[in-house]
Design a protein around this ligand. Structure first.
Ligand code: SF4
Length: 316
């Protein structure tokens, strides 16, 4: 079954092995972050709507789960902001009812959590990871470039309510952008906000790992990450997101080239990846992954960029 809304399982730095659910499938978001792996936001909006038929996503999920794959999470994420999908809580409830053995994670930018209707999804997820990258509105404008009406205070309000209503389920992700949100004053402001999120499970510090939207964004040096840890660890457990957590997999046998290329393009449409990342996700050898990626690159369907971790391929 060719899938449009369900992808993976993918290996993720934050979540181990996760099956992705992308109910938006287009770059529609409440933010336009400079580090976004999915490219520039095409539609900047806070208007929630029915991007995809619920039954279609359910059918794709049923197909993906029919052989009971080993997963760490089923994760709402993908191309846009998942909480913009109107029936998200209904979808999460359906997964919990029909596949109770699986844990659900929501990757969100947190901008809509101030709305009690949006927070209903938290009842059915095991973990929600909102972003909190700006310690004031100036940083928000530079890093996250939000839709009208979104402020640091409105995001903080939503996260505060979510932590209060679902203690232990919310883990913050803080993306460090050197030169914008990493001086001592910013770090102190972050500490103040994080203290006010009573019930918060943890903070994950993240920094650039693959090509983002803006070239001026660089990875944070280890020294900066250490400063954040020193300021926050007495408030809440802090983790600096490392390289992928690997789990070995049997390689896919009898790979049909056309299917493999389709899966590879679907994967790279959502985020860029190295040959090793592709291999792990698609269960093929790194040599095969590199060979197919290079072939598609020659055909003009992919582009490539060299980063510290290797060559990252992404769909054109
Ligand atoms: S990083 Fe997330 S929140 Fe930011 S623009 Fe991309 S999809 Fe939207």
């Amino acid at each position: 079954m060719h899938k449009h809304y369900v992808f993976g399982p993918v290996a993720s730095r934050r979540l181990g092995i996760s099956l992705g659910v992308d109910p938006i499938r287009q770059k529609c978001c409440t933010l336009d972050c400079v580090y976004c792996e999915a490219g520039k936001t095409v539609e900047l909006t806070c208007q929630r709507r029915n991007f995809a038929p619920l039954e279609m996503i359910q059918a794709e999920l049923a197909d993906a789960l029919k052989e009971a794959p080993r997963l760490d999470y089923i994760t709402f994420s993908g191309t846009g902001e998942p909480t913009l999908y109107l029936p998200l809580a209904e979808l999460a409830q359906w997964i919990k009812t029909n596949y109770p053995a699986y844990k659900i994670c929501l990757l969100t930018n947190g901008t809509l959590l101030h709305d009690p209707e949006v927070r209903k999804v938290l009842e059915f997820v095991d973990l929600a990871m909102p972003n909190f990258d700006a310690s004031n509105d100036e940083e928000l404008a530079i890093i996250n470039r939000p839709a009208a009406g979104i402020t640091v205070e409105s995001i903080a309000d939503g996260i505060r309510s979510a932590c209060r209503e679902y203690p232990g389920k919310i883990a913050l992700e803080l993306f460090i952008v050197p030169g914008v949100n990493d001086d001592q004053t910013s770090i102190s402001r972050f500490a103040g906000y994080i203290k006010s999120f009573a019930g918060l499970r943890s903070v994950q510090l993240n920094t650039l790992d693959r090509p983002g939207v803006e070239e001026w964004v660089k990875p944070a040096p280890a020294e900066t990450i250490r400063k954040f840890i020193a300021a926050l660890e007495s408030i809440v457990p802090v983790e600096a997101v490392g390289r992928y957590r690997f789990r070995s997999y049997a390689l896919r046998e009898d790979v049909v080239l056309q299917e493999l290329d389709h899966d590879l393009l679907e994967l790279l449409r959502r985020r860029s990846a190295t040959a090793e990342d592709i291999a792990l996700t698609l269960k093929i050898s790194p040599e095969k992954a590199r060979e197919r990626a290079e072939e598609l690159l020659k055909g003009g369907m992919l582009c490539a960029e060299k980063m510290e971790r290797g060559i990252f391929y992404s769909a054109v």
